[in-house]
Design a protein around this ligand. Structure first.
Ligand code: NAP
Length: 243
């Protein structure tokens, strides 16, 4: 793992992950829409001895993705790891059913992930090595009342990643799915109930999962058993709960 691409690196989990992975001898390509925020993360990576290549791109625009991917391939020919962190979770009211809003959520959280990871999978297949990682969410494990499109985008992302794992494991490519609970980032602040898990600790755990090539990791770990219990709740009981 010497040449790592993080998509969604300008903020929150992606920015903290860039710091957790930065070290001398490693190059991190950092993708998101906001140039200034990316430049700050790039400076943090360099301060830790790594090299950084910030590249602005909107993942919902396939032409930009194609252009940035080609740019990246010439700037970082030895790319060996791709991590998809980009995501949005806009507020959705209890009586709101807005297809325009839902489309943007799915395009960012799911279609954007496929656009990057399909390209990376094709490259890594030709090399017979590489690591693909995507950040899903515990919200994808069950259809909760808040954020139907967000939960659906994450559930679909998990299934897509499981398929990639099943297709690529035998071809020498590692596929890692991260399922975070509430993490202290701009996305979750003021929205999640209860305490938020520190983002630097989450990033360290995600970095370890990527380095070890773990298949599926809940962050923090307690969410594995919390979701294990929540998955067992019958629909007739679950519909009464406000979680
Ligand atoms: N925080 C939590 O509690 C939590 C829990 C479970 C899962 N997650 C997941 O973790 C991932 C990271 O979220 P976060 O909490 O770190 O949120 P965040 O701080 O809001 O970061 C979101 C990242 O996504 C990027 N992004 C959003 N729209 C984009 C677009 N159209 N094109 C390119 N990049 C885009 C943002 O960059 P720009 O705005 O610069 O484009 C930013 O770097 C998301 O997939 C989220 O669903 C978070």
């Amino acid at each position: 793992m010497d040449n790592i691409l993080i998509i969604g690196a300008s903020s929150g989990i992606g920015a903290a992950l860039a710091q957790a992975l930065a070290r001398p001898g490693r190059t991190l390509a950092l993708v998101a829409r906001r140039n200034e925020a990316l430049a700050m993360v790039a400076e943090q990576v360099r301060a830790l001895g790594g090299q950084a290549i910030p590249l602005a791109c909107d993942v919902t625009d396939d032409q930009q993705v194609e252009f940035t991917w080609n740019q990246l391939r010439s700037l970082l020919p030895g790319l060996d790891t791709v991590v998809y962190c980009s995501g949005i979770m806009p507020d959705v009211g209890p009586d709101e059913f807005d297809s325009v809003k839902d489309r943007v959520i799915v395009e960012t959280n799911l279609i954007g992930a496929m656009a990057w990871l399909n390209r990376a999978a094709t490259l890594f297949l030709s090399l017979g090595r590489g690591t693909l990682c995507a950040v899903g969410s515990v919200a994808g494990d069950r259809g909760r009342r808040p954020g139907p499109a967000y939960g659906a985008s994450k559930a679909a992302l998990h299934t897509y990643m499981e398929s990639l794992y099943n297709r690529l494991y035998v071809r020498g490519i590692r596929v890692v799915t991260i399922k975070p609970g509430p993490i202290d980032t701009p996305m979750a602040r003021g929205k999640a109930k209860g305490a938020l898990f520190p983002v630097d600790l989450a990033a360290k755990r995600i970095a370890r999962a990527i380095e070890r090539g773990e298949r599926e990791v809940y962050v923090p770990a307690k969410w594995a058993w919390i979701m294990g219990v929540i998955r067992l709740i019958p629909p007739t009981v679950f519909r009464r709960l406000s979680i």
